[in-house]
Design a protein around this ligand. Sequence first.
Ligand code: ZN
Length: 111
Amino acid sequence: MFKSLFKRKAEIIKNTDPDRIYVENIRSFFNLPYGVAKKLCDMAVRQNFFYKKYGLYCKNDDCKRIISVYDNIEDIPNQIECFICQANEKEKYSFDKNELEIVEFYQLIER
Ligand SMILES: [Zn+2]
């Protein structure tokens, strides 16, 4: 039920990347309260329809790119570098884990 539901919905929402599904996407699409949408996402993870991912975004205002993505929060190293900012010779390209916002998102598991 989950598979067809989410797959169809993901296809319907053209601008939803199946590799980058945010709770907010689910919330707005199904018009659910945030907490319910999050529970639905976590349920989809337990039933192997979604992977849960943790993304870190660069703090530099002119970058804001996703620096790296982890499967587990414990896998996030203490120091994270943005290679794009490093390549652009930005003053700051290395960040402490605590400086960065961790954004949770989900990926649709293709089967
Ligand atoms: Zn950057």
